[in-house]
Design a protein around this ligand. Sequence first.
Ligand SMILES: NC(=O)c1ccc[n+]([C@@H]2O[C@H](COP(=O)([O-])OP(=O)(O)OC[C@H]3O[C@@H](n4cnc5c(N)ncnc54)[C@H](OP(=O)(O)O)[C@@H]3O)[C@@H](O)[C@H]2O)c1
Length: 257
Amino acid sequence: MQISGAVVLITGANGGIAAHFIEQLLGLDVAKIYVCARNVAKLNPLLTLDRDTGKNRIIPVELDVTNPQSVLNAASQCQDVTLLINNAGTSLNQGLIAASDIDSARNEMEVNYFGMLSMCRAFAPILKQHGGGAIINILSLLGKVNLPFSGSYSASKAAAISMTQGVRAELTGQNTLVVAVMPGTVDTELAKEWPNPKVAPAEVASSALQAVIDGVEDVYPGEQAAQVSAQLLSDPKGVEKYMASFLPGMMLAGTNA
Ligand SMILES: NC(=O)c1ccc[n+]([C@@H]2O[C@H](COP(=O)([O-])OP(=O)(O)OC[C@H]3O[C@@H](n4cnc5c(N)ncnc54)[C@H](OP(=O)(O)O)[C@@H]3O)[C@@H](O)[C@H]2O)c1
């Protein structure tokens, strides 16, 4: 799919990876970007990005992906979308047993799984109307192997990876490309407590957009993700045992994993 001329919608647009998506999309000459956030005031810094071109391609939209009415409102407001980027996500860094209750696990599942699924369902008919288009789902390598330090986040991303495969199968017939992006640790606010190495958020965005251009379904941006995904094929139990050493409360930013 060509990115030039696309009408893009990105969720969690005020986040660290999203900023790079938006900058790169403008450089690739998209027609329009709906930038979505729970609090639209947080989008103000983005609105200046396209001012110099005089094209005003950035359109703010209020969207909480966990609120069904909010998702419906966004879909009815953005009927011309050809590229959906499901980027919104949350990580509360809780263990599965060590957490005091299962509220954080539910919250992560609501945002990372049900929120993403709701967006795919709401926008599938819109993408179909415009010839198929593409969906980019921002997932995580931790959906492939559990990191106990954030065990419930890992489980929510595992659910989202499975959902992405199912959505891909259902939307093949309408010619929608569904891209799964599975980075390791990315250098943003969300991972501030996680140790190095961290891939640059710009690399995550550029790998995902290149996958859309090339028609690639699964992307592992950065060296860490490429290495671990290869190890998961050759020695999945070894990777699980290595990750098992990162227990809740044990990780500190600045240490090496
Ligand atoms: N950073 C990493 O190491 C890493 C690694 C692998 C995958 N990822 C994934 O990459 C994506 C982007 O994360 P990031 O690193 O850029 O983190 P970030 O800067 O914290 O961005 C997360 C964004 O998601 C938004 N969000 C959270 N809950 C939402 C909801 N209910 N409805 C709508 N938006 C919501 C946040 O908005 P608010 O400001 O309103 O909270 C924020 O804009 C996430 O899906 C994350 O899981 C990150």
